[in-house]
Design a protein. Structure first.
Length: 202
């Protein structure tokens, strides 16, 4: 992994591991009747937040206007992404049907032995439903597009900043390939969004 990515990788791992280890406080009838739940109990697992890492596909080639592959820079970014998220406890991968999104997640899928679930980019409702059905404590990575990432973050209850206006709604800037949106969905309480930058082209 490039040296500039190591601090970011550590930060992501720290954030996710801290969130998974913590659970929201709940009121108990009295101190006498309160019983701590074992860390591995079903009750403690049920309140773990689901973390969704939403990102745009890596840099694309100019070989096919409708369904391009990744450029060499994009392939390098995809490999760097696998290193960045390799120890983050990723449990699920989602991609649109296009080659550039699938190729962005393929190195991570190979490294972690995970299947990529393909959901058509036009069916955001199906993607949101699939994410909401994940078990508590899941860590999902979703590869989308400049015009789908902001809408997905919003649909999950988060907030995507730094977008530009378009007739179809907010989109990511055309040259923005390095942004990661961590949408933290607790069992109870407010959804939180953290935005991280992968850095310049690896």
């Amino acid at each position: 992994m490039p040296a500039l990515l190591r601090p970011l990788s550590c930060l992501i791992i720290l954030l996710i591991s801290t969130l998974v280890a913590c659970k929201p406080a709940v009121a108990t009838p009295s101190a006498d009747t309160a019983k701590p739940e074992p860390a591995g109990s079903d009750a403690s697992i049920a309140v773990r937040p689901t973390t969704v890492i939403v990102l745009r596909h890596a840099e694309k080639e100019k070989d096919d206007p409708r369904d391009p592959t990744l450029s060499p820079a994009g392939e390098a970014r995809a490999r760097a992404l696998a290193g960045l998220l390799g120890e983050a406890g990723v449990t699920h991968l989602f991609s649109s049907e296009f080659r550039r999104t699938l190729a962005t997640l393929r190195p991570l899928a190979t490294a972690k032995g995970l299947e990529i679930t393909v959901v058509p980019s036009a069916d955001q409702a199906a993607l949101v439903t699939a994410i909401e059905a994940l078990p508590a404590g899941s860590v999902a990575v979703v590869a989308g597009h400049s015009n789908t990432v902001p809408a997905l973050v919003t649909a999950l209850g988060g907030e995507a900043s730094g977008t530009v206006a378009s007739p179809a709604g907010p989109v990511l800037p055309d040259d923005a390939y390095d942004r990661l949106f961590l949408v933290i969905r607790p069992a109870r309480g407010l959804v939180q969004t953290l935005e991280l930058r992968q850095g310049a082209t690896p």
